[in-house]
Design a protein around this ligand. Structure first.
Ligand code: SF4
Length: 335
């Protein structure tokens, strides 16, 4: 049996060029913004890892870099120990087939001119998954697997609700029988009642097919419901990663604690304003030392100058100079 994690991301860096302003043109300086600043992450076979953080923290860029939708500047992405860089074209195609993505906007991710049957059938054709004569039946099976009737194959996206479109998006990802699905804010655009149905579908499919899930979301309540482990990102860095129970019930990093404190709870006033001070700094001009230090109520002088090394506490890894002194921040705010 393989001892590798299914997915291993090692020191991944993604940066984008910034449009040149007048000063840049005068100095001929080309600036880049680092959206992902050296991330290490693993996803084990069959598990669900939640990737959380405020909007703009780099979680969507990281997930797109993993599937190859945005170029990486440095680092490696391995699947079963195999790096896709340097692979032959057929091996690379096979690599990509094993990692599929479900997007946030269900309608926008489907071609409005194609029927659902054509959209799903194309996946079977392009990847030569089955003989052409079997495609129609396979499409019907796939639709049933995601809780839609077989006759949905004849409809076009505009005739479907957001939840039905997202089920088609999940069916399209499942068509190639992937080992890992990356769901990028896949339920954020849906009504709450539909969200619950789609989340249950993810859980059922995972149980039935053993597929691993990297679930990218800003919604900690959803992540708590679905995920076994959670990674928290801030300004392009992972700052805490561990079992969902530990990270979300007894956070060790002040940023995680602030996110947990910001979750609205019936009968309790949100602590969002007091827990998380100010706005995230610009990734164009990231702070020195710990990236969270300008907003951290626990910051001391070393925090502004030295990036914390990762510390392992029980099953959680946390990047904070104070982690050992912080058995549980905000323990009263349990979700
Ligand atoms: Fe706060 Fe310092 Fe920990 Fe960063 S290293 S989270 S600034 S206490």
């Amino acid at each position: 049996m393989s001892t590798h994690p299914l997915l291993a991301v090692e020191n991944l860096v993604v940066s984008f060029p910034v449009p040149m302003g007048l000063t840049d043109i005068a100095t001929l300086r080309r600036r880049r913004v680092r959206a992902v600043a050296g991330v290490d992450l693993i996803v084990n076979r069959g598990e669900t890892l939640g990737l959380v953080g405020e909007s703009g923290c780099g979680k969507s860029t990281l997930s797109r870099a993993i599937v190859g939708l945005v170029p990486t500047e440095a680092g490696r992405v391995r699947l079963d120990g195999r790096d896709r860089e340097g692979m032959s074209a057929p091996d690379r195609r096979a690599w990509h087939r094993r990692v599929q993505m479900v997007f946030q906007e269900p309608h926008a991710s489907l071609n409005p001119r194609m029927t659902i049957g054509q959209t799903l059938g194309e996946v079977f054709r392009v990847h030569r998954i089955c003989p052409p004569a079997e495609i129609e039946a396979r499409v019907g099976d796939l639709l049933e697997a995601v809780g839609l009737r077989r006759d949905f194959a004849n409809r076009r996206p505009h005739g479907l609700s957001g939840g039905q479109c997202q089920r088609v998006g999940i069916a399209r990802a499942l068509a190639v029988e992937p080992d890992l699905i990356i769901a990028d804010e896949a339920v954020s655009a849906l009504d709450v009642s539909i969200q619950a149905q789609v989340l249950n579908l993810f859980m059922e499919l995972q149980r039935a097919r053993g597929v691993a899930l990297l679930f990218v979301s800003h919604d900690l309540t959803v992540v708590r419901h679905l995920c076994q482990r959670v990674a928290v990102m801030y300004l392009g860095h992972v700052v805490e990663i561990g079992p969902a129970d530990a990270v979300l019930h007894a956070p060790l990093h002040p940023y995680t604690a602030a996110l947990v404190a910001a979750i609205p709870q019936p009968g309790k006033q949100s602590l969002a304003d007091t827990a998380l001070m100010g706005e995230p700094p610009s990734p164009l001009n990231p702070p020195s030392g710990c990236p969270f230090h300008p907003r951290c109520a626990r910051a001391i002088s070393i925090c502004a100058s030295a990036m914390p090394e990762p510390r392992r506490i029980a099953q959680t890894t946390v990047w904070c100079h104070h982690a050992e002194d912080t058995p549980a921040l905000q323990p009263e705010r349990i979700i």
